[in-house]
Design a binder for this molecule. Structure first.
Ligand SMILES: C[S@@+](CC[C@H](N)C(=O)[O-])C[C@H]1O[C@@H](n2cnc3c(N)ncnc32)[C@H](O)[C@@H]1O
Length: 298
């Protein structure tokens, strides 16, 4: 149900539309890059400083177990406490969603995955580790793609600078993690075993709040492209902000050859923004055996 204050908030957000369009054109034209930002770890004792003291010990125990299970020591040294906690949170969410399922692999025994709309890809390590575990340690080739890569952060580096650094830090052994800017709705992706989308925009409100131009809001086309890229049996993994948004996703996916394997909550009490993650819903879908997909429309 959408109440009056909510309606006003949504209506108000429409005023941002022209600024978002203009900002995106400017950013995409300038394509600002400044190279890799310095890695910012080393604030060890402050991990979970945002939690009430009574909950910190439990959080540290969970962090220690995940760090060992997923080999996160290097990540802890490289990033600040909130980013590290967000990686832990995504790993717990992925464990809850995937459980003991074995991920689909390609004919060469490797797992190829694309993360659609990866933002600054601060969770690249968690995603690589989660996929690697589901793939039984098989080689993982993960590619993060982001439409709006050239926004400039407070440190003077662009989102793409940060994303490329997070991707580079996530690679391990023979695994490869890369980042690129691009519009997935307009790309032809090679065949994938897994496509992930964390918080894809399904509504104008979400799109405008993030600063993205409404002209690029094409959820039906984006999902079609994602499913089209999957080989039969491949996985589509989506996380939505709310149950309503998840329902919208289900309606959109009804038109496509996928079946839902599982749905669960994704929010985490480990991150500084825990309250805002409370309604998050994750779902895992499998592409049916060969079914033709029509031409994308809007
Ligand atoms: C809510 S953000 C989520 C970012 C990231 N997945 C995360 O979990 O932090 C959605 C992202 O999708 C990107 N996006 C939207 N449409 C896209 C498209 N067609 N191709 C690639 N990225 C897109 C947006 O620019 C935005 O960064």
């Amino acid at each position: 149900m959408v109440g009056m204050p909510d309606l006003l908030r949504r209506g108000w957000s429409l005023l941002r539309a022209p600024a978002n369009e203009l900002g995106f054109v400017v950013r995409s034209t300038l394509r600002w890059r400044r190279g890799a930002p310095p890695r910012r770890g080393g604030d060890g004792p402050t991990l979970f400083a945002w939690l009430p003291a009574a909950r910190r010990d439990g959080a540290h125990e969970r962090a220690a177990a995940l760090t060992q299970r997923y080999d996160l020591g290097a990540l802890r040294e490289a990033v600040d406490a909130p980013v590290f906690a967000r990686n832990l949170a995504r790993l717990e969410g992925l464990e809850r969603l995937i459980g003991g399922r074995a991920a689909p692999l390609g004919p060469d025994g490797a797992l190829r995955a694309v993360d659609v709309g990866c933002g600054d890809f601060h969770y690249a390590t968690a995603l690589q580790r989660g996929l690697s575990r589901a793939a039984g340690g098989a080689r993982v080739v993960l590619r993060g793609v982001e439409l709006d890569g050239h926004g400039v952060y407070r440190d003077g580096h662009s989102r793409a600078d940060h994303a490329a650094a997070h991707a580079a830090g996530a690679g391990r052994g023979g695994d490869l993690v890369t980042f690129e800017t691009g519009d997935v709705a307009a790309m032809r992706l090679p065949e994938q075993d897994v496509v992930t989308a964390f918080f894809p925009f399904l509504t104008a409100y979400a799109c405008l709040q993030w600063g993205t131009p409404l002209s690029r809001l094409r959820p039906r086309r984006l999902l079609r492209r994602a499913v089209q890229a999957l080989r039969p049996g491949g996985w589509l993994l989506v996380v939505n902000q709310t149950v309503d948004e998840h329902r919208r996703l289900c309606r959109l996916l009804r038109e496509l050859p996928v079946e839902r394997l599982r749905r669960c909550r994704f929010g985490s009490d480990l991150v500084p923004e825990a309250g805002r993650t409370a309604g998050q819903v994750a779902s895992l879908w499998r592409r049916h055996a060969m079914v033709p997909i029509g031409k994308p429309t809007g």
